[in-house]
Write a protein that binds this ligand. Sequence first.
Ligand code: 5AD
Ligand code: SF4
Length: 465
Amino acid sequence: MEFLPNTEPERQYWFMDRLKSMIAEESIRAGRDLTYYIQTFGCQMNAKDSEKLAGVLENIGYREAGSENADFVIYNTCTVRENANTRVYGRIGYLGTLKAKNPFMKIALCGCMMQEPHEVEKIRKSYRFVDIVFGTHNIFKLAELIYEKMNSDKKQLIDVWDSSAEIVEDLPSARKFDFTYGCNNFCTYCIVPYVRGREKSRKPEDIVKEVQSLADQGVVEIMLLGQNVNSYGKGLENKCSFAELLQKVCKVEGIKRVRFMTPHPKDFSDDVIEVMKKEPKICAHVHLPVQSGSSRILKKMNRNYTKEKYLTLVEKIKSNLPDVSLTTDIIVGFPGETEEDFLETVDVVKKCGYDSAFTFIYSKRTGTPAAKFPDEVPEDVVKDRFERLLTVCKAESEKAAAKLTGKTVEVLVEGRDEGNNGMLTGRLSNNLLVHFEGCDKLIGKLVNVKLDECKGFYYLGSVSE
Ligand code: 5AD
Ligand code: SF4
């Protein structure tokens, strides 16, 4: 192709073609293969974006390195909690020292933190050695950005978009996930809708096509991912509900397991429960963030459900899916949270008997409505509640894990665990791990394993004939 195409992803392939020879030349000058390293912070949404970025870097000739001592380093950042941002700056500083020693090194920053103008301003002023800054909406443009940077004398290239109209499909990538993007919920504590934009659903046929191609490459497990995955389908020309999408994905030959993350309790409809009941490929795991057990706080959080509604939903899920594992996210210390509110949260944890819970201390995020809410909870009170909550959650997960000890369950063998004498590692449908003895040919297969001993976060087991 002589001329730059004006459609995506063709444009990006045009840039990649040209970058291939530019990177090859650089590699000759360096006298070695050039390498890349991507550090992903935050959630699986970012992990997925990093796979796309890796796909582009590999396509143009970089090989993966095991550390930041590489020729192209990308930090894909998260901004969900304030301390995540603080930590990233220390690491960017470290990248600067590496770059001073490696004339071929390029540094790019992207991800949710870059959607915040004051953070980008800080990079522009104080971290001049960063080559490229881009956001969550133009991940697909990496090849173009590298090309632009290499063909200009700009010291730093900044390209952050407020939103994106389209989803660019068919870029090279080592993908495992499929999804909706963005979020329309506006929970008052959460910065995600501001940095990830509004919900967009990929077309079901594009998702199925990708899952089929992954299955053809030997992938057996698929995760459908979205900040609010079960509201999938909004804005699609041809209607498709989340339950229908699940069914379509399960039909793909070669796929053995289907997971999804993260459903919102307010959108968890009966048809999804029905599909989970009928379809053995869907893992018996529901991650259902509760955030708080107090209806009063839930209202202030704009979660659109009450404690009672949440408990009713959990009851419905558990009675229809008796083996289901239930996990959650909880925030402690939301503005105005009283001891009574907190005890409601503890009550929910006990009633739900979560298999595991991710607990967070409330972090004030500038730009969110809650940042202006009065009655901040004093730090020592929050810390105390957080510790108490951890104890309750730990007791519940131990109880849940113990229930399975002695049982034989189906496990997807993922590989060997270096830390456990090189035993095989498999994942239960409920997402927990089990280590057991066995031969390499079991890797990638579903096998029955007896769970002999519970070690908290994992089991020790043995293959059952
Ligand atoms: N403070 C603390 N925790 C937060 N989360 C999201 N925003 C905040 C915040 N401002 C938590 C929620 C969410 C998880 C991914 O992170 O529990 O489910
Ligand atoms: Fe972090 Fe949220 Fe961005 Fe995920 S979507 S990386 S949790 S800020």
